[in-house]
Write a protein that binds this ligand. Structure first.
Ligand code: GLA
Length: 407
């Protein structure tokens, strides 16, 4: 049987968080806020290279019910965890908070670091963003907390795009410095700045965005998300290692970020990396790794441009080839795919998808497939069947539409 993960209605999600809050803290919350998870259509591992990405916000959201208190005490409860946790905001710093409360306390800490007058609070969290699925459940939590604290402490940042860009930076700091995951800013940017019916063309060189109309239903298409359930974690070393490799390559090439390597200059850049002397050695395995990483990043940025150009020309039926090429590049050059993601992608294509690729950081998590609307069920069934035959655990599915930002 194929498992579908539906999104809660906003009222329903808000009510769940409110009831959870009342049960644990014996009072009504001051307010309820929420923020979405995301899928990325294309532009993977480009954000921390100053590149382009094209994510959109999911209907699946994380809900927080919050009341401020007149001290530095944060009390936290989650529908997904047992018991009440407590954190003293004045003691928060890198390495001081364990587990999911680090995303919450981290946002409060980063707001204070930026000079905002934020105090403690009681918070209840509930979410329908599948956890650990590569759909940014952690960014959804950070961004929900960010807009909640913005509202409660009257910061006014969530009212403008400039303010939301600042909140994005706050959430990234929380994740990098307090939760200890060295991720880029794509997930937080789309959770705070995405718009319903649009994909977000994000330029990570200057954090500028463009809202690109993205309505698959109008074109008789759908985006099927396949949560492979293969374990994935960014706090783990592989993501940080990829990022470090890109920084090393940029340093050797004498550029600030790999964004500065143009498609025309790519051949020359790769040749000079391959010739590296010193510890990277002439033609050594380490130099070969840097060649692959740079080739992925530069070609992937080009594929975002290609994808966006097709959307702008109302040719969404033709984006499949760019999705397929993105997956191949992530699998072969960036080496962040895995058996489950490859199987999901190959099976979806074999069952009629117009294009398919892994989405998010990789090493597990989710894949996306662009399908004709009438084929959603049959493609999902084919993937579920292939997982059974391969002896893998059952994947879960959802149909993604572009919805609104944190509010
Ligand atoms: C994760 C990170 C993002 C981005 C993607 C890969 O989702 O949180 O910042 O780097 O991986 O594109």
């Amino acid at each position: 049987m194929t498992t579908w993960v539906s999104a809660w209605q906003r009222e329903q999600g808000g009510e769940r968080a409110r009831v959870l809050f009342a049960r644990h803290f014996d009072a009504e919350p001051t307010g309820v806020w929420s923020a979405p998870g995301r899928v990325n259509l294309i532009g993977e591992h480009t954000d921390y290279n100053g590149g382009l990405a094209l994510p959109f916000a999911l209907p699946h959201r994380t809900y927080v019910a919050v009341t401020p208190v007149d001290s530095d005490r944060i009390r936290l409860v989650s529908a997904q965890e047992q018991g009440v946790r407590e954190v003293d905001l004045s003691t928060v710093g890198p390495g001081t908070v364990e587990g999911w409360p680090s995303y919450v306390a981290g946002v409060a800490w980063a707001l204070r670091q930026a000079g905002h007058d934020v105090r403690g609070f009681d918070i209840a969290v509930d979410s329908c963003v599948p956890y650990g699925s590569g759909l940014s459940s952690s960014a959804a939590l950070e961004c929900a907390v960010a807009v909640a604290l913005d509202g409660l402490f009257g910061l006014g940042l969530a009212d403008t795009d400039t303010g939301r860009t600042a909140l994005t930076g706050i959430c990234v700091r929380a994740e990098n410095e307090i939760a200890g995951a060295n991720t880029g800013g794509m997930d937080q940017a789309v959770s705070l700045r995405g718009q319903a019916g649009h994909a977000l063309e994000l330029d990570c060189r200057d954090d500028s965005v463009r809202q690109v109309p993205f309505d698959l239903t109008a074109h008789g298409l759908a985006l099927l998300v396949i949560d492979t359930k293969a374990e994935h974690s960014h706090a783990g070393g592989e993501y940080a290692q990829r990022r470090a490799e890109c920084e090393r390559a940029a340093e050797f090439l004498g550029v600030d970020t790999l964004r500065e390597v143009t498609p025309d200059g790519l051949g020359e850049a790769l040749a000079s990396l391959a010739r590296l002397s010193g510890p990277e050695g002439d033609g050594s395995a380490a130099a070969e790794v840097l060649v692959r990483r740079v080739r992925h990043v530069v070609t992937e940025i080009g594929r975002v441009q290609e994808f966006v150009a097709l959307l702008d020309q109302d040719r969404v039926h033709e984006v499949g080839a760019a999705m397929d090429a993105s997956h191949a590049s992530l699998r072969d050059d960036y080496q962040v795919s895995c058996r489950e993601l490859d199987l999901a992608v190959d099976t979806a294509r074999g069952a009629g998808a117009l294009g398919a690729r892994m989405t998010g950081g990789g090493f597990g998590g989710s894949a996306i497939a662009l399908v004709e609307a009438g084929f959603v069920e049959s493609v999902a069934d084919a993937v579920a069947e292939a997982f059974t035959v391969a002896g893998l655990g059952a994947p879960a599915f959802l149909v993604a539409t572009a919805e609104g930002p944190a509010a």
